[in-house]
Design a protein around this ligand. Structure first.
Ligand code: UDX
Ligand code: UDX
Ligand code: ADP
Length: 482
C-alpha cells in the first residue's frame, strides 16, 4: 500500500488529502501538523475550517485510510510520498520585507524530513513557493547524504476556498513538475498515478520544476489582474454613468476573454492573490526586471485603491464624517462560503471607518467575534505569522461590536456596508432594515448583491460599486429626498 503523509493540516493540506483518501482507497493518507489543537479539530465533529462538502468527504474516509496526527516525525518516516503544505508567509523584516516569502516553516519541514527519513521519498511542494524553492529544498534534503534518494516535485494547488471540494473533485488541470532525469520522471509518474484514480489523463500536465512553480504564480497573478482590471473600470463607470455589470457582461461575451472573474468588488482578498503577486514582484526585481515588477505591482495598487475608494465614498456620502455614527458591516470573510478572513477587504475598510471614528457592528455568518477582533488589531502580514499576534487594540474593543444577525447589526445604524457576497444578503428583508435605521439610510454595496432599484424605492440612498451613482451619493444635497 502506498503511504502518503502531508505536513500541514491547513486550508490546502486538509481538503486536498481528504479528496485523495476518498478517491484512492488503496492509499493510506496521514495529515500531520505541529498545531495539536488543529489536529484535534480534524479528528472531531467540528472541523477547523468551513468548506461546503468537506464534512462528508472527511466522514467517509477518516479512520479508514485518512488519519490526522500530531506525531509528525513518525508518519513522515513511514511515507513514500510527503506533501509539504506549510504556511509561507510574507517576510515582515529583513531582505525582501513586505514582498518575499518567508521560508522558515518550509525549511524546518525539509530539515525534519531529511533527519527522520530511512527510505527513499518523493517530496511534493504543495504550498505556493517562490520559483527555485525546489532547488533550495533539494540541497537541504541531501545535506547529510545517507544514501537516500529524494525526488522533489512541484504540484501546485489551484483549489479556491468555498469551492475546494468541487475544485478537487473536478480540477481543470493538475500540474506536476519534476526533474528531467530518469529518477525525476519516475517520481512524476508515481504522483501522476495517484491523481489518475479520478482525474482524466489529459488533464494531468507534466512539465519541468520551474515551469510548474511559475505557472502557479502566473495563474494567480492573471486572475487577480482581471479583478483589478474590472475594478479599475468600475471607477470609470461611476464617473461616467456606465454600469460595470453591463460592461463586464459585454466584455466577457468575447470568447477570447470569457465571463469568469470579471465581478467588480470592494477588492480581492484571500491568502493567495496579494501574496503571490508580491512574490512575483520580488522575483522580477531580483532578476533585474524592473518594468515587469512594476507592471504586476500595479495589480495590488489598484486593489488598495479600490478599498480606499470605497471608504471615501462612504465617508463623503455621509456628509463627510462618520464620527460617532453606527455603520453595519455585513460580511467579513474574503468571499462567500468560507470563514477565512486572511487579507479580506473588510479589514482595510473597517480600519478606514474606524480611523474616521465610526462605531461598527459586524455580522458574518461564518466568522467568529474573536477572529474579527484579532484581525482588526493586526498589522499588515501579521495574519500569516501566528506567533506574532498582537493583543486586541483598545480602539477595536470600544468601537467594534460583533453580532449574530444582520437585523441586529443594522438596528439604529446610519449606514450599511456589504463587504462579502453571502447569498443570504440577497434575501434580507430590506424594508425591515430600513425601518430600523437612522434616516437618511445609506447602503454601500461592495459586492453588487442588492437590487439597487428596489432599495431606492424603499427609500435607501444606495451606492453599488461601478453602478450609476445615486444623485445623493454624487451631489450630497443638504436635505434628504422626499
Ligand atoms: C483587434 C480586436 O481583436 C478586435 O476585436 C477589434 O475589433 C479590433 O482590434 P485586430 O487588431 O485586427 O483586432 O487583431 P488581433 O487578432 O486582436 O491582434 C492584435 C495584435 O495582437 C496582433 O499584432 C497580434 O499578433 C497580437 N497578438 C494577439 C499577440 O501578440 N498575442 C496573442 O495572443 C493575440
Ligand atoms: C485563489 C485561486 O482562485 C485559486 O486557484 C488559488 O489556488 C488560490 O487563490 P481563493 O483565494 O480561495 O483562490 O478565492 P478566489 O475565488 O480566487 O477569490 C479571491 C478573491 O477575489 C476574493 O476576495 C473574491 O471575492 C475576489 N473576486 C473573485 C472578485 O472580487 N471578483 C471576481 O470576479 C472573482
Ligand atoms: P494553507 O492555506 O496554505 O493551507 P495554513 O496556514 O492554513 O496554510 O496551514 C499551514 C499549516 O502548516 C498550519 O496548520 C501550521 O501549523 C502547519 N505547519 C507549519 N510548519 C510546520 C511543520 N514544520 N511541521 C508540521 N506542520 C507545520
Amino acid at each position: 500500500m502506498v503511504k502518503i503523509c502531508c505536513i500541514g493540516a491547513g486550508y490546502v493540506g486538509g481538503p486536498t488529502m481528504a479528496m485523495i483518501a476518498l478517491k484512492c482507497p488503496d492509499i493510506e493518507v496521514v495529515v500531520v501538523d505541529i498545531a495539536v489543537a488543529r489536529i484535534n479539530a480534524w479528528n472531531s465533529d467540528r472541523l477547523p475550517i468551513f468548506e461546503p462538502g468537506l464534512d462528508e468527504v472527511v466522514k467517509a474516509c477518516r479512520g479508514r485510510n485518512l488519519f490526522f496526527s500530531a506525531d509528525v516525525e513518525k508518519h513522515v518516516a513511514a511515507a513514500d510520498i510527503v506533501f509539504v503544505s506549510v504556511n509561507t508567509p510574507t517576510k515582515t523584516r529583513g531582505l525582501g520585507a513586505g514582498k518575499a516569502a518567508d521560508l522558515t516553516y518550509w525549511e524546518s519541514a525539509a530539515r525534519m524530513i531529511a533527519d527522520v527519513s530511512k527510505s527513499d521519498k518523493i517530496v511534493v511542494e504543495k504550498s505556493t513557493v517562490p520559483v527555485k524553492t525546489a532547488e533550495a529544498i533539494e540541497k537541504i534534503l541531501t545535506h547529510n547524504n545517507k544514501g537516500i534518494n529524494f525526488q522533489i516535485l512541484s504540484n501546485p494547488e489551484f483549489l479556491a476556498e468555498g469551492t475546494a471540494i468541487e475544485d478537487l473533485a473536478k480540477p481543470d488541470r493538475v500540474l506536476i513538475g519534476g526533474r528531467e532525469t530518469p529518477e525525476g520522471r519516475k517520481a512524476v509518474e508515481a504522483l501522476k498515478a495517484v491523481y489518475a484514480h479520478w482525474v482524466p489523463e489529459e488533464n494531468i500536465i507534466t512539465m519541468n520544476l520551474w515551469s510548474a512553480e511559475i505557472s502557479k504564480l502566473a495563474a494567480n497573478a492573471i486572475l487577480a489582474q482581471r479583478i483589478s482590471s474590472i475594478n479599475a473600470m468600475s471607477a470609470l463607470c461611476e464617473a461616467t454613468g456606465a454600469d460595470v455589470a453591463e460592461v463586464a457582461y459585454a466584455v466577457g461575451k468575447d470568447s477570447r476573454i470569457g465571463p469568469k472573474f470579471l465581478n467588480a468588488s470592494v477588492g480581492f482578498g484571500g491568502s493567495c492573490f496579494q501574496k503571490d503577486i508580491l512574490n512575483l514582484v520580488y522575483i522580477c526585481e531580483c532578476n533585474g526586471l524592473t518594468e515587469v515588477a512594476n507592471y504586476w505591482k500595479q495589480v495590488v495598487q489598484i486593489n488598495d485603491y479600490q478599498k480606499s475608494r470605497f471608504v471615501k465614498r462612504v465617508v463623503s456620502s455621509m456628509f463627510n464624517t462618520v464620527s460617532g455614527k453606527k455603520i453595519a458591516v455585513l460580511g467579513f470573510a474574503f468571499k462567500k462560503d468560507t470563514g477565512d478572513t486572511r487579507e479580506t477587504a473588510a479589514i482595510d475598510v473597517c480600519h478606514g471607518l474606524l480611523g474616521d471614528n465610526a462605531k461598527i457592528s459586524v455580522y458574518d455568518p461564518q466568522v467568529t467575534a474573536d477572529q474579527i477582533m484579532r484581525d482588526l488589531a493586526m498589522n499588515k502580514f501579521d495574519w500569516d505569522h501566528p506567533q506574532h499576534l498582537q493583543p486586541m487594540s483598545p480602539t477595536a474593543t470600544k468601537q467594534v461590536d460583533v453580532v449574530w444577525d444582520a437585523y441586529e447589526a443594522t438596528k439604529g445604524a446610519h449606514g450599511v456596508c456589504i463587504l462579502t457576497e453571502w447569498d443570504e444578503f440577497k434575501k434580507l428583508d430590506y424594508k425591515r432594515i430600513y425601518d430600523g435605521m437612522q434616516k437618511p439610510a445609506f447602503i454601500f454595496d461592495g459586492r453588487n448583491v442588492i437590487n439597487v432599484d428596489e432599495l431606492r424605492k424603499i427609500g435607501f440612498v444606495v451606492y453599488s460599486v461601478g453602478k450609476p451613482l445615486d444623485p445623493w451619493v454624487k451631489d450630497l444635497p443638504a436635505a434628504p429626498p422626499s
